[in-house]
Design a protein around this ligand. Structure first.
Ligand code: ZN
Length: 249
């Protein structure tokens, strides 16, 4: 298997939604790759607020971390609204967020991460980037089968076989809890990065940007807010530790 750690010099493409997880992934990539581009997907989300948060996170990373500003390259937003139409769910239509009979939350969009990686890999091929970085996590994950490392190992093989490439799918958050993700942010960029992620990244399913809570903006009650809030509280209870990423300089 390709080890993303051996591809430090190669450029990276970060699947970047503007949420907490992908914002930490962007910082992680900037700390280890000399060239980092970002890609976002517009698949007809209910809230353009996520796509706006992406720009806020990127701008502040560039302003507050000059070494990373030099590495931060282009941003790409791909319109995949036809995928959103096929996969209509609570994220893309006004349906209640609940558990389905398969034991998956109704926010699950079937095949979403797989589709993201197909588009991201095609873009990375054109841009000469080798590492595909995603914030998938199977520790605190909401039961999404396409967040599992097994799934992404298979995806990496399929992309490399099908595109005659040697991409590495890097998932720095895969084994981390939501509290650990805050620790990683602090390890990468100190309290300044923690602050930036609190204030600029967006997670709330309801798109609430009016109430700033200790862990960020959000309604405070939707499943995404609850997960983010619980992770923050666990991190604070641990004394706000910093986690130095593997292979950090
Ligand atoms: Zn919320």
């Amino acid at each position: 298997m390709i080890d993303p750690n051996t591809q430090r010099g190669a450029g990276a493409l970060v699947l970047f939604s503007g949420g907490q997880d992908s914002s930490v992934c962007l910082a992680w990539a900037l700390a280890r790759h000399e060239r980092v581009e970002t890609v976002g997907f517009d698949y007809g989300q209910r809230h353009a607020v996520e796509l706006e948060a992406r720009l806020g996170v990127r701008a502040r990373l560039a302003a507050e971390f000059p070494a990373w500003a030099a590495r931060l390259g282009e941003d790409h937003v791909l319109d995949i609204s036809s995928f959103g139409a096929v996969a209509a769910s609570a994220l893309t239509a006004d349906r209640a967020i609940e558990m389905t009979e398969k034991g998956l939350p109704s926010t699950f969009v079937p095949g979403r991460n797989l589709a993201f990686f197909v588009y991201a890999a095609a873009l990375a091929d054109r841009r000469g980037l080798k590492a595909l970085v995603g914030g998938m996590c199977e520790t605190d994950f909401s039961g999404y089968p396409d967040c599992r490392r097994d799934t992404l190992d298979a995806m990496q093989s399929a992309l490399n076989l099908g595109m005659a490439q040697d991409f590495a799918i890097a998932t720095p958050l895969m084994r981390l809890t939501k509290a650990d993700t805050w620790s990683l942010a602090k390890g990468l960029g100190g309290e300044a990065l923690v602050r930036l992620i609190v204030e600029e990244s967006h997670t709330c399913y309801l798109g609430d940007r009016t109430t700033l809570r200790p862990w960020g903006y959000g309604c405070g009650t939707c499943p995404a807010c609850e997960l983010r809030g619980r992770g923050w509280e666990a991190w604070v209870a641990q004394g706000r530790p910093a986690l130095r990423p593997e292979g950090a300089p």
